[in-house]
Design a binder for this molecule. Structure first.
Ligand code: 4NP
Length: 156
């Protein structure tokens, strides 16, 4: 039996700052590694459904040569645990929401920085109410997580 194609869903609170940047960083790393994978992002909250990413997140991605202006916010649901093989939370609050939502036998659930050596249990801090510079830190964190996850999936 061939293994199922991996499908990764990144989840934060609003789906306009951290998880779209994680999606963008992961898409780039997967492409570089030649990894055939489905990628998406979602939020646990409903406030930004159908909205494009936060302007500061768009600018951060653009500085790294990636256009995320076409991304649109959506809310995570139970069906995502069947559609995806891996659901990856950006922080512990969202991980807790996802743990309650996950049906038995659903997608593997983890915290993004758990995959980065020495950073297990750490959150990608919410930059929404922070200064613009907070988004540089977000980008560094999600890039480290994306590289680690791609390495993990490429070894399968
Ligand atoms: P995100 O950031 O979870 O990284 O997308 C947030 C965006 C919006 C809100 C909170 C966090 N909000 O409360 O609207």
């Amino acid at each position: 039996m061939t293994a199922r194609r991996p499908a990764i869903l990144f989840v934060c609170l609003g789906n306009i700052c951290r998880s779209p940047l994680a999606e963008a960083a992961f898409r780039r790393e997967a492409e570089r590694a030649g990894l055939d994978v489905e990628v998406d992002s979602a939020g646990t909250g409903p406030w930004h459904v159908d909205e494009p990413p936060d302007r500061r997140a768009q600018e951060t991605a653009r500085r790294h040569g990636i256009d995320i202006s076409g991304y649109r916010g959506r809310q995570v649901g139970r069906a995502d645990f069947a559609r995806f093989t891996h659901v990856v939370a950006l922080d512990r609050d969202n991980l807790a929401v996802l743990e309650r939502m996950r049906p038995e036998g659903g997608a593997a659930l983890s915290l993004l920085l758990d995959h980065v050596p020495g950073r297990a249990g750490e959150a990608v801090a919410d930059p929404y109410y922070g200064a613009d510079a907070a988004f540089d830190e977000t980008w560094a964190d999600v890039s480290a997580g994306a590289r680690a996850l791609v390495a993990l999936l490429a070894r399968r």
